[in-house]
Design a protein around this ligand. Structure first.
Ligand code: ZN
Length: 364
């Protein structure tokens, strides 16, 4: 069976110059995969994206912002200038709207191929990213919320009933959380979202442990706020104490991952302490859950990551894990959080989270 890699040069045409979320991020990843000859290995296959339809974009976004981004891109083409959205954080070029449709559509194409059995799992190397955008606002370098639309697509067009989203980008997946705070938008789907992110005087400021969803979504939004300096060793705690028990009870049919690689200790926008093998080790455990319940179905979509060489290595490692080559990772020296931080996780955060979630999950 094959691991799919969604990629197309259209993603470079969301060209926002020297912005940190630049097209150079994808070029660096693809160059590294070529250098390592990973793309010559027949157990990986490049998947060409398609355009998502406007009806699919409307699964999570309001008409007003869909029109807004079209108009902003038309203005950018007419004036030949980049256009600023969201107080200047998020930028659009003439081709941003089109690249955004392909960014969503790349994920949908990969989901189809996984469900049809053409590939086992996939990594969508797409941009613009999506996890900060909600139904009515573009934010944090993001245009359409790729992963939220994919989840709704699985519910509405593919007959999937239970989806887990895991967001390990260093920034809280606030857009995705907003969209699903009161549960999935479609009546037929059930969704659980796990976030892990830097927390405390840090963008976007949301994602404390007590944000757990409402109504149909109550108990299904789970946040793991990480203080600055947290290293690889805080992930196994989250997996063992929270993610695995809930997944054992929920039994997801499909796992979607919002994968940011800005948790690396050298990343210029963040203050975390992860190595570039840490996300792959997170993924190994998620893969075990997928093997048990989800017919191995995992789709990873790219979010942030701003230290280009480190991000490329982290993506490479995740691709090796998707293809069951867990022993073929590139590793750097292990980093640790220190006892004080580990005490916060074990003695404060985990008990508080379990207490908050205990009315919704039998495992607690
Ligand atoms: Zn991020």
């Amino acid at each position: 069976m094959t691991t799919g890699i969604v990629y197309d040069d259209i993603y470079l045409e969301h060209d926002i110059g020297t912005h940190v979320e630049s097209h150079e991020r994808l070029i660096a990843i693809m160059d590294f995969l070529k250098e390592k000859k990973l793309l010559e290995d027949p157990s990986y296959r490049i998947i060409k994206p398609r355009k998502a339809t406007l009806d699919q974009i409307r699964y999570v976004h309001r008409e007003r912002i869909i029109k807004e981004i079209q108009e902003i891109c038309e203005l950018s083409a007419k004036t030949q200038r980049l256009q600023y959205i969201d107080d200047g954080d998020t930028i659009a070029s003439p081709k941003t709207y089109e690249a955004s449709l392909f960014s969503v559509g790349g994920n949908l194409q990969a989901a189809d191929e996984i469900i049809n059995g053409n590939i086992k799992n996939a990594f969508a190397l797409v941009r613009p990213p999506g996890h900060h955008s909600n139904s009515h606002r573009f934010a944090g370098f993001c245009i359409f919320n790729n992963i939220a639309i994919t989840a709704e697509y699985l519910f509405r067009e593919k007959g999937i009933k239970k989806v887990v989203i895991i967001d390990w980008d260093c920034h809280h997946g606030n857009g995705t959380q907003d969209i699903f705070y009161q549960g999935s938008k479609s009546d037929s789907g059930e969704l659980v979202m796990f976030n892990s992110h830097q927390y405390g005087y840090f963008y976007p400021g949301t994602g404390n442990f007590d944000e757990i969803g409402k109504g149909k979504g109550a108990g299904k939004i789970i946040n793991y706020p990480m203080p600055a300096g947290s290293a690889d060793d805080v992930i196994p705690i989250y997996l063992k104490e929270i993610i695995i028990p809930i997944c054992e009870e929920f039994k997801p049919e499909f796992i979607l991952i919002s994968a940011g690689f800005d948790t690396h200790w050298t990343d210029q926008l963040t203050n975390m302490n992860w190595t570039y093998q840490a996300p792959a080790e997170y993924l190994q455990k998620i893969k075990t859950i997928a093997q048990k319940y989800a017919d191995e179905r995992i789709l990873i979509t790219l979010e942030g990551g701003y230290q280009l060489d480190k991000q490329a290595r982290a993506v490479y490692n995740c691709l090796r894990v998707l293809n069951n080559e867990d022993n073929n990772l590139i590793k750097e020296e292990l980093r640790t959080s220190g006892q004080k931080l580990l005490d916060y996780y074990n003695n404060r955060l985990i008990p508080a989270l379990k207490d908050k979630l205990s009315s919704y999950w039998n495992c607690f």
